[in-house]
Ligand binder design. Structure first.
Ligand code: NAP
Length: 314
């Protein structure tokens, strides 16, 4: 028999949006819980350094997320890390989240489940995952001391992580499908002036090959169709993210790419359900925008609870 727990606000996802929402909701004096299928902290926990969160000219990603969590703790948020979510029912007055041992009942839900790394979808990617293919430079970079690696993508993530990998690797290729990077200019400049980085522009990933571990990265020139073999020990795809919406897909309005649609109050297509951060359809995905989304979502949820006809949670 599963236990039943009742809340006013349940936040799904414990990254910057989730913790900000948790802090604002609990400070708004409503009973608040935060759940995550992983350890707390979300994506920024894996970032070596964050240098664009106001008030902290430079801070480790893990350290910043610890501060978010401590701040939410201060207002008495109840925390459930590493939960296995089996069912989410959003379209009823009292929403339900069922885990392995608990049925959580709540008046409002804030979805802050973030996004996960996109895969290249090429031959060898799955086969060599953990044996040369990695989606986390900060976790695995140290394994590539004096080795050669390729980073795929032209955004901030790819270019920043490529710079980070030069601390270990003797050479880092940045393989990008166009001849122009998407990353911020300041980030680009750092990469262009780094002698260990070699750019492979107009190149599409084709295949990752090896013999137990990665040995070659095959790419194709988009203009000439010429195939090029890069001799590498590791491939780090950083080609963007897809939203973590598996538990809500059939219930909530989303963009074609799966990001959740909201209005400016973070209200989704379902009454009493809000979305915040990277999972939402938003023009900017940063710690600060996620935190701001979380604050708005929590204030909207608190207002909804205060103005909505009270229902008995049973
Ligand atoms: P992103 O900005 O969406 O960039 C993804 C890159 O991967 C693009 O250059 C894209 O090429 C390329 N790409 C996409 N699909 C591909 C495929 N199938 N094959 C090959 N290349 C592919 O993603 P991101 O760099 O992860 O950044 C996500 C968000 O987080 C952004 O808003 C970014 O600014 C933010 N971010 C900020 C920081 C920071 O400020 N410190 C750090 C990291 C991330 P095209 O350019 O041709 O589309």
């Amino acid at each position: 028999m599963k236990q039943e727990l009742n809340y006013d606000v349940i936040i799904l996802g414990a990254g910057p949006a989730g913790f900000s929402a948790a802090m604002y909701a609990a400070r708004g004096n409503v009973k608040t819980a935060i759940l995550d299928i992983n350890m707390f902290g979300g994506q920024p926990s894996n970032y070596l350094e964050i240098e664009n969160y106001p008030g902290f000219p430079i801070i480790g990603g893990f350290e910043l997320m610890e501060k978010f969590e401590e701040h939410a703790d201060k207002f008495g948020v109840e925390k459930y890390p590493m939960v296995e979510i089996q069912r989410v029912t959003l379209d009823s007055e009292i929403k339900e989240i069922e885990t392995a041992d608990t049925i959580f009942k709540t008046k409002t839900v804030i979805i802050a489940t973030g996004a996960k790394a996109k895969k290249l979808g090429i031959k060898g990617e799955n086969e060599y995952k953990g044996r040369g293919v990695s989606y986390c430079a900060i976790c695995d970079g140290a394994f590539y001391k004096d080795k050669i690696v390729a980073v795929v993508g032209g955004g901030n993530s790819a270019v920043e992580e490529a710079c980070y990998l030069t601390k270990f690797a003797k050479k880092v290729y940045i393989v990008h499908r166009r001849d122009e990077l998407r990353a911020d200019k300041i980030v680009q400049e750092r990469a262009f002036s780094n002698e260990k980085i070699e750019f492979v522009f107009n190149a599409l990933p084709v295949e990752i090959q090896g013999n137990n571990t990665v040995e070659k990265f095959i790419v194709q020139d988009v203009k000439t169709n010429e195939i090029k073999e890069l001799t590498v020990n590791g491939v780090f795809p950083y080609i963007g993210f897809t939203p973590n919406t598996e538990n809500f897909n059939a219930q909530i309005k989303q963009t074609k790419q799966g990001f959740i649609e909201t209005d400016e109050n973070m209200q989704t297509s379902i009454e009493g359900v809000y979305a915040a951060g990277d999972v939402r359809n938003t023009p900017l995905r940063q710690v600060i925008t996620s935190a701001a989304d979380g604050a708005i979502a929590a204030c909207s949820a608190v207002k909804y609870i205060e103005t909505h006809t009270p229902v008995k949670v049973s």
